[in-house]
Design a protein around this ligand. Structure first.
Ligand SMILES: *[C@@H]1O[C@H](CO)[C@@H](O)[C@H](O)[C@H]1NC(C)=O
Ligand SMILES: *[C@@H]1O[C@H](CO)[C@@H](O)[C@H](O)[C@H]1NC(C)=O
Ligand SMILES: *[C@@H]1O[C@H](CO)[C@@H](O)[C@H](O)[C@H]1NC(C)=O
Ligand SMILES: *[C@@H]1O[C@H](CO)[C@@H](O)[C@H](O)[C@H]1NC(C)=O
Ligand SMILES: *[C@@H]1O[C@H](CO)[C@@H](O)[C@H](O)[C@H]1NC(C)=O
Ligand SMILES: *[C@@H]1O[C@H](CO)[C@@H](O)[C@H](O)[C@H]1NC(C)=O
Ligand SMILES: *[C@@H]1O[C@H](CO)[C@@H](O)[C@H](O)[C@H]1NC(C)=O
Ligand SMILES: *[C@@H]1O[C@H](CO)[C@@H](O)[C@H](O)[C@H]1NC(C)=O
Ligand SMILES: *[C@@H]1O[C@H](CO)[C@@H](O)[C@H](O)[C@H]1NC(C)=O
Length: 284
């Protein structure tokens, strides 16, 4: 027996509704190089041949770049956070072999601009007054090249998870776990962030678990993350947030660059969309 026509119509309506609501909050961004209309730039941030340069070797600077529209962190009228999957290719290069500072941070931020941020050890993320305040609503994944005792930094070459504070929730020395050829054993390989080398980073958040992985560009994504930590971001992330990158220099300087970036709130494999060959090289 044929279905009553109104059932078919109802089905069509529901399908359209589902597709419509999905399209209102699905975010899939892929940038294999940037153009000037794809980002907002603050402080010293600018583009050089489609590469985002957050800071160059000028002292005491802050550079920030954000995707120009806020992205939703929850489905409409829901309190449950969406997952997110982001991957990017960074390069941090010393200037004239000097001691370098200070680092590069992937951020979720509630507002545009660099109000409330300072240079040097503050990474263009917070300042002395607001550091540690739950009102910041900032998540940062830092790639930090200077050891600041005031923030309990573990060394001068680490990756950390920053929630409203420059004192990381958790941090690890930069590197990755690679499988040994013949068995299930894994060996840790150190990476020097401040070498100019291009590294690919993956940051995944789902079910209140945050993973961070980094590897030399071109390498297959290591199975084991560098950082895997439980964290409930419900009170950190507002319903809509800006996403992007921030960096700073102080008396010590470094070139902080991002060559490519992708972000999705549904596609766990979005990192595969980054092109990893024929990239410019900034190793001094
Ligand atoms: C920048 O890229 C976007 C697509 O991502 C395109 O629509 C726009 O025309 C480009 N703008 C320039 C100035 O190239
Ligand atoms: C460094 O960046 C600043 C801000 O974008 C710019 O004014 C300056 O010319 C740059 N310096 C060099 C040496 O490129
Ligand atoms: C969200 O809730 C508001 C107020 O209850 C309602 O007007 C709106 O239609 C809801 N939106 C969705 C997508 O359900
Ligand atoms: C900077 O932030 C402070 C405190 O959050 C706020 O009162 C002030 O209006 C902001 N200034 C600008 C220019 O946004
Ligand atoms: C930090 O930023 C806030 C907001 O702009 C400002 O009110 C405060 O004075 C700043 N503190 C420092 C130490 O710069
Ligand atoms: C794994 O490889 C490293 C060198 O890459 C080696 O030092 C280590 O002994 C190996 N472990 C095993 C169990 O084979
Ligand atoms: C994080 O890594 C662990 C260990 O590899 C894995 O079991 C888990 O599914 C990952 N979670 C996310 C959100 O990627
Ligand atoms: C996360 O925190 C929020 C608010 O504090 C709470 O309602 C929610 O149940 C928590 N989620 C998990 C998975 O613990
Ligand atoms: C997820 O992203 C990868 C890399 O761009 C792509 O190959 C794949 O088709 C995407 N999956 C979905 C479900 O969109």
């Amino acid at each position: 027996m044929a279905q009553p026509i109104y059932l078919q119509l109802l089905f069509l309506l529901l399908l359209t509704k589902t597709l419509f609501f999905r399209s209102t909050y699905a975010v899939d961004l892929v940038f294999n190089g940037f153009n000037s209309s794809e980002l907002f730039f603050y402080g010293t941030a600018s583009l050089e041949s489609r590469v985002l340069i957050l800071t160059n070797n000028s002292a005491f600077s802050v550079g920030r770049a954000l995707y120009p529209t806020k992205i939703p962190t929850r489905p409409p009228n829901s309190s449950t956070l969406l997952p997110f999957y982001t991957s990017f290719i960074l390069s941090i290069a010393p200037s004239d072999g000097q001691l370098s500072g200070h680092g590069l941070v992937f951020i979720f931020a509630p507002t545009t601009g660099i109000n409330g941020t300072s240079s040097a050890q503050n990474l263009g993320l917070f300042n002395r007054t607001n550091n540690g305040s739950p009102d910041n609503h900032v998540l940062g994944i830092e790639f930090d090249i200077f050891q600041n005792q005031e923030f309990n930094d573990i060394n001068d070459n680490h990756v950390g998870v920053d929630i409203n504070s420059l004192t990381s929730l958790t941090a690890q020395s930069a590197g990755y776990w690679a499988k040994n050829r013949s068995d299930q054993d894994r060996t840790f390989h150190d990476l020097k962030l401040n070498s100019g080398a291009n590294y690919q980073v993956w940051i995944d958040y789902s079910n209140s678990q945050l993973n961070v992985t980094i590897a030399p560009v071109g390498l297959k994504r290591p199975e084991l993350p560098l950082i895997s930590t439980p964290v409930n971001l419900s009170d950190v992330l507002l319903d809509e947030m800006y996403i992007g990158f921030t960096s700073s220099t102080g008396r010590l300087v470094a070139y902080h660059r991002v060559l490519a970036w992708c972000f999705s709130n549904s596609n766990v494999s979005i990192g595969d969309s980054l092109l990893t060959s024929s990239l410019p090289l900034f190793v001094p």
